[in-house]
Design a protein around this ligand. Structure first.
Ligand code: GLT
Ligand code: MN
Ligand code: MN
Length: 388
């Protein structure tokens, strides 16, 4: 039996805003008293996390004086020193303040766009000071309720301008920092720009420094669009763009639920963990989730441990899947190659074309091929349910 206790090499991280979430929602007030960033760091250390991430204003209130800022940062550093927790990622709160009610980088107001840029520059400095090497851009307010309010092409241009400016800033400072865009389709805006991993990947190619920019896909956000999260992650990974990942869970078609990782769609979570482990993804496993509103802080710890424990259990299941003789025999049969067609993987050539043209295919035999996917899927389910 394996040990499901988290270890530093698992690279499990949480945001200050996740275990520090106080349980408020659009229809109800907070159900937990706020706890301070140092207290959150100690709680994360107690449950066995490796790192902690934050928005500028999770740590330093937006209206803090410079002296207050310095005290807060020094208290936070002390907690990091005491616990050994690291800060791999930081980000900017460009969504809570009413100044951002029409977006930050894509607000119609040039002053808001400039303020968002200045706020992000300060937040990048803070993140780098605390050790962050990944900087997330979640454009929660970048969007519209009505398309009569904003020219979409202008918004795309403003978004590009902001990321280009910030890329140059990072280069100019000599920071070791890469950017990760986090897509989301809606909530809090009715329509958010860069709604899916696919759109974000396409957008990155239009930037001045695409090599500095990747994606931070979140399970819940792709599920809100009814998409297959694994496929989005695999596409990002295949392009060398999986810079970060937000793990949680979410039913399709609902509001942003941010549930404990693997808690509602464990089969999808299994395929995801198997993918990350099979390819050797070496970034943070960041849990962007929060406990139920009904939980007290004891239950919040259970929630945080649960995220990591489920990941490790699924990792063990993935290894079991890879070693299961019956499953592997089925896969070998289903995925068998054909040596006589290997020439096609070298791409197009006159020779390949004439060979292909000359090949006679037995279409009926192709259609009659056995594909025991029901058997394979049931074996997978039984493995996940613990009876294999
Ligand atoms: C916010 C959002 C998350 C983002 C965070 C980063 S903040 O909680 O719902 O998905 O990752 O800005
Ligand atoms: Mn979310
Ligand atoms: Mn997220």
């Amino acid at each position: 039996m394996s040990n499901y206790d988290p270890k530093p090499e698992d690279k499990f991280t949480f945001g200050l805003w996740t275990v520090g979430n106080v349980g408020g929602d659009p229809f109800g007030h907070a159900t937990r008293n706020p706890i301070s960033p140092p207290e959150i760091v100690h709680m994360l250390a107690e449950v066995g996390a490796w790192g902690v991430n934050f928005h500028d204003n999770d740590l330093v209130p937006i209206d803090a004086t410079p002296a207050e800022r310095d005290q807060i940062v020094s208290d936070f550093k002390k907690a990091l020193d005491e616990t050994g927790l690291v800060v791999p990622m930081a980000t900017t709160d460009l969504f809570k303040d009413p100044a951002f009610k029409d977006g930050a980088f894509t607000s119609n107001d040039p002053k808001v766009r400039a303020y968002a840029l200045q706020k992000t520059i300060n937040a990048i400095d803070l993140g780098v000071e605390l050790g962050a090497t990944t900087y997330v851009f979640w454009g929660g307010r970048e969007g519209v309720e009505t398309d009569s309010s904003k020219k979409t092409l202008d918004a795309i241009k403003w978004f590009q301008d902001a990321l280009n400016f910030l890329s140059e800033y990072v280069i100019d400072q000599g920071y070791d920092l890469k950017f990760a865009i986090e897509p989301k389709p809606n909530e809090p805006r009715s329509n958010i720009f860069l709604p899916t991993v696919g759109e974000a990947l396409g957008f990155i190619g239009t930037l001045d420094h695409p090599e500095m920019v990747g994606v931070n896909p979140e399970v819940a956000h792709e599920h809100m669009s009814g998409l297959n999260f694994l496929h989005g992650v695999a596409m990002a990974y295949s392009q060398g763009k999986l810079f970060h990942i937000d793990l949680n869970d979410q039913l399709y078609g609902r509001y942003d639920q941010d549930f404990r990782f693997g808690s509602v769609m464990p089969k999808q979570a299994f395929y995801l963990v198997k993918f990350l482990e099979d390819v050797g993804y070496d970034g943070s496993r960041h849990f962007d989730a929060h406990a139920f509103r009904s939980s007290n802080y004891g239950d919040v710890k259970y929630f945080a441990r649960g995220c990591m424990r489920t990941y490790l259990i699924l990792k063990e299941k993935a290894a079991q899947f890879n070693q299961d003789a019956e499953i592997q025999a089925l896969l070998a049969e289903i995925q068998a190659g054909d040596e006589s067609l290997a020439y096609l993987s070298s791409g197009y050539s006159a020779d390949a074309l004439s060979k292909l043209r000359a090949t006679e295919f037995d279409r009926a035999a192709l259609g009659a091929r056995d594909l025991p996917y029901e058997q394979l899927d049931q074996l997978t389910i039984e493995l996940l349910m613990g009876v294999r």
